[in-house]
Design a protein around this ligand. Structure first.
Ligand code: MN
Ligand code: MN
Length: 465
């Protein structure tokens, strides 16, 4: 007899996770699909942390949130947001209980792997102008060639003027690309391993080929700079103080004949950012505890920087809120709970060898929980306690939320870290959880609509706890 054969004793004693589609209740799939439509829109317009932050603020203001300023007196039910340097956003719904009883936090990151433009990027070679890049986050470089790319960011001139740049997102815009070698001449390239075949220094983006009418050297570069000056009022020196990123020019769209999946760039971690945001915006009454959604930057390069999860910007904001109630920040954090919302890897039947199948997250099995992440014996993990995980399980069970536990790959296969550790350092109880992803960190990542929906419901449950 197999473990899955049915008997009341087996039903009671075995842990047998079920595919979420086998337990759907009336209306749930329709709600999951509607959420998926909204998410695709969020993902398509928010291809950098700045664009995601702006979209979060736009949505929050439309739902009655207003900007928080230090010293503001707040009341239960107040809806507030705070933007950290255009790249990170904290949103707050003030609870009925005081901050000494802690907050209910869902924290996610809205940056994603991409190609950043170097400080001195433009050069002309063989009457072709290219833009040098330095990749951001963990990418497999061969995936970023022969792909349409959009350019987004800001150029800040020495006089302080900030010039926003966005090319490639509008239907009539041109896009950019990095060329690859034709197979006919790729004999030597194809003998190299994947890490070496495409190098970081070869990720140069095609920008233009039409020469200026003026005779002399670098005529194409002159024409490109003249065009940039006409359109944005910038010169070559202004690239020194610019943040420009190249991201895949692909809209988010349904995947599969059954349209059960969503493909797009930047699920990691805008999918968790989106559900954290949507659930907070959907809170209709003042929650018991103050509910907080933190959308941070810089996770993909170690959560560093003033806009990253390690930044004191979050502590400063929370301390300001606590000061108004006369509560020490440490007392608030000690009673708080955080869902560290970050994607996990979904078991991939194309690559079964990297996962322990019994401890792998699967598509359509719901919210993916991780007691710990880390590498080489859990190094770098916050490793949530049995007590904390047990409490969260209880919350999810009471809400009928589909969840699953797993690890990121086999023991010693590799691994990864996330933001949980930086919340644990603040003395906030934290558990890692998120949406399982296929092709993570690629230009076209895949998630399941059902898992998106369950993660949204989990965020709602945490805020309302
Ligand atoms: Mn990542
Ligand atoms: Mn992530």
């Amino acid at each position: 007899m197999s473990e899955t054969s049915k008997s009341p004793r087996r039903e009671a004693l075995f842990y047998q996770p079920k595919n979420g589609f086998d337990t759907l209740e009336d209306g749930q799939w329709d709600r999951a699909q509607a959420l998926g439509e909204d998410y695709k829109q969020f993902l398509t317009v928010g291809k950098t942390e700045r664009l995601s932050a702006a979209e979060a603020v736009r949505r929050a203001e439309a739902r009655g949130f207003s900007a928080y300023r230090r010293g503001l007196t707040v009341r239960p039910g107040d809806k507030l947001y705070h933007v950290n340097r255009d790249k990170a956003v904290t949103l707050i719904v003030v609870g009925r209980r005081g901050l000494e009883e802690g907050i209910r936090l869902v924290a996610a990151h809205i940056d994603a792997p991409r190609l950043d433009v170097k400080p001195r990027p433009l050069y002309e070679d063989s009457e072709t102008v290219l833009l040098k890049t330095h990749y951001y986050g963990g990418i497999k470089k061969y995936q970023w060639v022969a792909l349409p790319l959009e350019l987004h960011g800001v150029v800040v001139k020495a006089d302080g003027t900030a010039v926003p740049v966005s090319v490639g997102a509008a239907p009539d815009d041109p896009v950019f690309t990095i060329t690859d070698l034709l197979p006919h001449l790729a004999g030597d390239q194809m003998k190299k391993n994947l890490r070496e075949a495409i190098t970081g220094e070869s990720l140069n983006v095609l920008i233009g080929t039409r020469p200026d009418a003026e005779t002399g050297e670098s005529r194409v570069k002159l024409a490109v700079l003249a065009l940039l000056h006409r359109r944005y009022g910038i010169t070559e020196a202004d690239f020194l103080s610019a943040e420009l990123s190249l991201v895949p020019a692909l809209p988010a769209r349904d995947v599969g004949l059954d349209a059960s999946l969503i493909g797009g760039y930047g699920h990691d971690d805008r999918v968790c950012g989106f559900v954290a945001l949507r659930a907070l915006l959907d809170l209709d009454a003042a929650p018991e505890h103050t509910a907080v959604c933190l959308l941070a930057d810089k996770e993909e390069i170690g959560s560093e920087g003033v806009t990253g999860m390690r930044s004191a910007a979050f502590d400063t904001l929370m301390a300001d809120l606590c000061a108004e109630q006369g509560v020490p920040l440490g007392a608030c954090f000690a009673s708080s709970f955080c869902l560290s919302a970050d994607v996990c890897n979904a078991f991939d039947p194309n690559y079964p060898e990297v996962s322990d199948k019994t401890n792998a997250h699967r598509l359509n099995y719901g919210l993916g929980l991780m007691k710990y992440t880390g590498v080489r014996g859990k190094a770098g993990a916050s490793d949530a306690s049995a007590e904390t995980v047990g409490r969260l399980r209880g919350l999810l069970e009471r809400g009928g939320i589909r969840y699953q536990f797993g690890e990121l790959g086999k023991v010693d296969q590799g691994g990864g870290g996330t933001v949980a550790v930086y919340m644990a350092q603040r003395n906030i109880e934290v558990v890692d959880a998120g949406v399982p992803v296929l092709s993570m960190h690629s230009p076209f990542e895949i998630i399941s609509k059902l898992d998106l929906f369950e993660t949204y419901r989990a965020a709602l449950a945490v805020y309302g706890d």
